[in-house]
Design a protein around this ligand. Structure first.
Ligand code: SAH
Length: 350
């Protein structure tokens, strides 16, 4: 079976011409999949019955199934647990903002980067997601809510640059004018920092917003939180981010999860200020979300504001991330973990 949902328009044209079909059929099918978000060939009513049957026999349209859904009573955030056709589960989150609906998508089943504070990485990586599956995280949420999704952040489970090709394919499909047509400035890819992939990403002609999970002002502290820091020194990671900004003109966001007694004191803030000084950088401060498996705690409000103020002295703009869906296991990978540990029933009743 050929997955035609991950095909670009050009690839779809080739696929159909091999079936003896005209090129405009590819445009029709692309529109059914990516504009009208249909889930079966039967719905493609402007195709002949014979073509629909032929497609049914040779092609597939991966569709995610909702296994569990938690809706925040505080802010309407919706956290989805989806199952894939092979039985694996992933999570995606819909956040409602004044500027529109934003979906946080997973790029892998699990993750192998091992960040100490993150629930997604505890069981390691199971497999990469296909572009069609990442896309359907967005489409499935649109089908479920009947609302348009205007923003996407690739900040769910997984390291997007560890699944580089499929993530870039996903981004090309998401921004295709004949499909979802999402604006590039409304899409953010977040990475733990793999310099050669950041540089390669700068060379793609897609100019997506880039966020770096920095989380520390120096290599020593970073290594305590992120094993990937043993592989790539901060100097190289930041140089790659600078190259990204230079090439694309997109200001890089530096994410910094504040962890009490690890990286949240004023001296860390000052170090961070010196590190980023002179860069056109935006820092996003995230009070760490405690997960059951680890003892990391967020700093109190006062320490958070002191950190922000210390950064301001270096001319660094820092926003504090508003917590969304705090009542529904909002942090990365927590819903999937409770599903894996307690089985389906546990996840549904918790
Ligand atoms: N692998 C990518 C994207 C997925 S994680 C990356 O590392 O950027 C998305 C963001 O959530 C990252 O900045 C990650 O460090 C952060 N994160 C993960 N677990 C968290 C937690 N418990 N509290 C706060 N931030 C967390």
């Amino acid at each position: 079976m050929t997955d035609i949902k991950r095909m670009t328009r050009e690839e779809l044209k080739c696929f159909l011409s091999e079936m003896g079909e005209k090129a405009f059929r590819a445009d029709q099918i692309f529109s059914w999949i990516h504009e009208k978000r249909c889930v079966s060939f039967q719905e493609m009513t402007n195709l002949s019955k014979t073509l629909r049957e032929q497609l049914y026999k040779t092609a597939e349209l991966p569709v995610l199934k909702i296994e569990d859904l938690k809706i925040s009573a505080l802010d309407g955030t919706r956290k989805y647990l989806f199952s894939l056709s092979d039985g694996n589960v992933i999570e995606s989150v819909l956040m409602r903002y004044k500027f529109g609906n934003s979906v946080c998508v997973s790029s892998q089943v699990g993750c192998r980067m091992g960040c100490r504070f993150c629930a997604s990485t505890i069981g390691g990586v199971v497999r990469n997601l296909k572009a069609s599956e990442i896309l359907d995280e967005v489409y499935a949420i649109e089908r479920d809510t009947g609302e348009n999704v205007s923003h996407v952040v690739v900040m769910g489970s997984g390291e997007p640059f560890d699944n580089y090709e499929e993530v870039v394919r996903f981004l090309r499909l998401l921004t295709d004018p004949a499909g979802q047509n999402m604006s590039r400035r409304n899409i953010t890819v977040s990475t733990c920092g793999i310099p050669e992939k950041i540089r390669r990403f700068a060379e793609e002609d897609i100019s997506i917003q880039l966020a770096l999970s920095l989380h520390a002002p120096d290599d020593g502290i970073r290594k305590k939180l992120m094993p990937v820091a043993n592989q790539y020194p901060l100097k190289d990671v930041l140089a790659a981010c600078d190259a990204y900004f230079e090439k694309t003109g997109r200001r890089v966001t530096y994410e910094y999860a504040l962890v009490r007694d690890v990286n949240a004191d004023v001296s860390s803030a000052e170090k961070l200020g010196r590190l980023l000084q002179g860069r056109n950088a935006l820092v996003n401060l995230i009070p760490v979300n405690s997960i059951q498996e680890r003892s990391y705690e967020k700093p109190d409000r006062e320490a958070l504001l002191a950190f922000q103020n210390a950064l301001a002295k270096y001319g660094i703009n820092a926003t504090i991330r508003r917590e969304m869906g705090a009542d529904i296991q909002g942090a990365c990978g927590q819903l999937r973990r409770s599903y894996l540990e307690n089985g389906r029933k546990g996840a549904l009743t918790e």
